[in-house]
Design a protein around this ligand. Structure first.
Ligand code: APR
Length: 177
């Protein structure tokens, strides 16, 4: 694990469903009713009550974020956000990806949450190149933390070692050592 921004940002490799934080962020689809990847892992670990609550949310648009309980997860809450599908970069994908991080942190702050863990949104099934996604994620989070002392700790939880390397390679320039 590497830390930045006076310890308010941590970059690590692991399984998001094991994170004991106020909220983990789910890389969901617009239905918010589950799927594969990290979405599937979160729903499996949280149990069926998560899906029952998700059914009350009425879905979400790309870039939006909505909060539920965490149920059987160690995390108290799940913040479900819908990442953009990568179509080559000319459909506002970069802005929409940043919105996922900004809106997730906004929802966390509105709910008085202090610690939040993100997966690498859109870089799996949605095909967003991680080399482009990681700097967008880190810039968006740094910008939000500088404007909101309420959020004490943000984790970027990379599932693979190669993803971790991409984040760490970009972190110095963006987050400062
Ligand atoms: N912990 C942390 N990260 C994980 C985990 C996990 N348990 N499982 C997968 N990941 C990582 C992937 O390696 C990838 O880096 O989450 C990142 C996002 O990949 P996806 O889960 O495929 O999400 P995304 O690319 O945003 O696609 C979303 O996939 O699962 C469906 O319902 C979901 O339709 C939606 C789409």
């Amino acid at each position: 694990m590497r830390e930045f921004l006076a310890g308010r940002i941590a970059i690590t490799q692991g399984d998001l469903t094991a994170c004991d934080v106020d909220a983990i962020v789910n890389a969901a689809n617009k239905s918010l009713l589950g799927g594969g990847g990290v979405d599937g892992a979160i729903h499996r670990a949280a149990g069926r009550e998560l899906l029952e609550e998700c059914r009350t949310l009425g879905g979400a648009e790309t870039g939006e974020a909505k909060i539920t309980g965490g149920y059987r997860l160690p995390a108290k809450h799940v913040i479900h956000t819908v990442g953009p599908v990568w179509h080559g970069g000319d459909r506002d994908e970069e802005k929409l990806l940043g919105d996922c991080y900004r809106n997730s942190l906004k929802v966390a702050s509105e709910n008085g949450l202090k610690s939040i863990a993100f997966p690498s949104i859109s870089t799996g099934a949605y095909g967003f190149p991680i080399e482009k996604a990681a700097p967008i994620a880190m810039r968006a989070v740094k910008e939000m933390l500088q404007g909101d002392p309420g959020i004490e700790k943000v984790y970027f939880v990379c599932f693979s070692g190669s993803d971790l390397q991409v984040y760490l390679e970009g972190a110095g320039d963006i987050l400062g050592d």
